[in-house]
Ligand binder design. Sequence first.
Ligand SMILES: *[C@@H]1O[C@H](CO)[C@@H](O)[C@H](O)[C@H]1NC(C)=O
Ligand SMILES: *[C@@H]1O[C@H](CO)[C@@H](O)[C@H](O)[C@H]1NC(C)=O
Length: 644
Amino acid sequence: MVRLSGLSIITIVTAVSAQFTSTGLSVTLQDVHYFISPFSVGKVSVDHKALNKVPGVYGFKPVSVVPDAKESDLPKLLSSWTSIDDVFQPAFARIILLGSAKHPHGGPPGQNKKHLPGVESTILKLNNNKIPQGPYFLEVETGSLYPVHRLYPDFTGSFLEGLLQKPDGTFQTLSAQIPGSASLTIGVPSRLYYTKTPAKPLAGVRLGVKDIYRLAGVKGSNGNRAWYNLYPASNVTGTAVQRLIDAGAIVVGLQKTSQFANGESATSDWVDYHEPFNPRGDGYQDTSSSSSGAGASMAAYEWLDIAIGSDTGGSIRGPAGVQGLFGNRPSHGLVSLDNVMPLSPTLDTPGFLIRDPYIWDAANAAIYGKNYKSLVSAKPKYPKKVLALGFPAANSQAPSAVFFNNFLTGLTKFIGGTATTLDLEGEWRVTGPSGPTLSQLLNQTYATIITKEQIDLVRTPFYRDYAAAHDGRTPFVNPVPLSRWAYGDSRSAADLEAEYKAKATFMKWWNEKILPGVSDKNQCSSGFVVYPGSSGGQNPRNRYRTLPGAPLGFGTSRISVFAEVPDSVFPLGEVSGFSAISNHNEKFPVAVNIMAAKGCDGLLVKLAQDLVKAGVVIVPKAGGSVEGGEILMKRRFEGVDMGY
Ligand SMILES: *[C@@H]1O[C@H](CO)[C@@H](O)[C@H](O)[C@H]1NC(C)=O
Ligand SMILES: *[C@@H]1O[C@H](CO)[C@@H](O)[C@H](O)[C@H]1NC(C)=O
């Protein structure tokens, strides 16, 4: 008996100690907030005495690892680090672990040198050649090196959770919090750790993920709190996001979606969660939806490179337009949407909100695989036909008109083609099947398909599981999805079949008569169809709007939805407008949409890159304006350090 109880005590002790783990540590270095990852990348052996000059925290000291440079190259190398990486700073250079250093455990006394202005460096021999270059925190006691993440405040409220990618491919919550008002903390690893290769074209690219994509080890909400609490963390990462990770992308957090990816506007629609803040202009414009966190974060944070959203009826194009970003609704069906919450599998597409058109191409190539033909290093044969939908008259006085009309001129000049106005209904009357007009035929198509599909795939199992777990109760759902689902309930199975037919009829007509593909792979599309996107109008978030209802009606933004063709947003600039929020003139983004034939997604990205070079389209910056600059909602008082 004595022996047995002794054994069981040992068992308990073992079990308890095994569960005492670090989730990482937060520190500051020269007033910059950092996070020490709990996942060591390897060990080095160093002479403790050589480290004495640099103070430590919890036994950690900041160091730099330089595997393959000569000592004489350090000044140039380290100063390049300060410009390419937002994580590295000179304080990491006080101890340099150098692969080419001669002495095994540091050099003779007096060998401290200034390799960066104002920093005295102790050079020690790096005796582990598996550690990538960059800043680390060295645990002096064990010689373990831990990656450094810089911590940033999510002051636009774009994220639901900061995430830390674990070495085993799953994720855990980032256990860090820096000052900020109702603002999460997001951590980004040093850019210096990663090298882009053909196998890892997205190496180190920092990625935000819309909260409809399931990630291994992470609970999702789809914008609904009852959902978050009801279901366990996913045990897999879906194909689409996994492909980005496999290409080297680093997931830094989960981002807000309007509920169940249905379109919602601030202020009254977002009941379960608060809509993120659009950083452009006065800082109080609606972000558009449903990829709201993706749009607000890409517009606000230079430290974020790309955000994956989804577009069923405009959920990427809307946020890209009002935040002045590139964004793509891709051709339908380029990648599996397993482990993604559906709005409507018939219409759902995964795409990006992004500032850099080259990262855009690499991300498309990674996620769509062989269904994407990159033309970045090809010589494209641009189609000469441009069909313009809804452009302003040449003499229009609207502030955005000059942007749209200059774009049309610039595009046709660049490709050496001509633009003609597309009269959609007129063309349909002439070349379409006889019967109803487009706005009659397609009036209820979108609303019927999305609601009936989401009722079956999301509402029914959700309500059933919730009732089973909560004594027959119904979960809380925001007004917009509720009203849309109620509309779906009023439509019959036969109505849905009729709407599928209407969609198929339209798609056939569009893809045969208006915008067919061509067999030449470097051209792909017979033309471009262009239409104005965001016109720099104001849609402040403090306005009470009409009651929610079904998204009825047909318009230009539904063309790509039904025809399954790629439809991308290109930012053009900004118009100045008087803001009733700030009582001041502010700038609001203007953007245009471009469609090509189905499967020609690569052509649109190449066009974006070329139109940037031609000065027709801009590369937007993060900030209060597409030209960069301070964001009004976080502008500081002169001389006051806000701590980040
Ligand atoms: C994930 O969980 C599901 C059930 O929820 C199970 O069917 C599946 O095998 C699990 N997959 C992995 C990779 O563990
Ligand atoms: C679209 O459908 C709604 C609801 O049935 C109806 O009120 C409206 O008149 C329809 N519009 C067109 C153009 O058919």
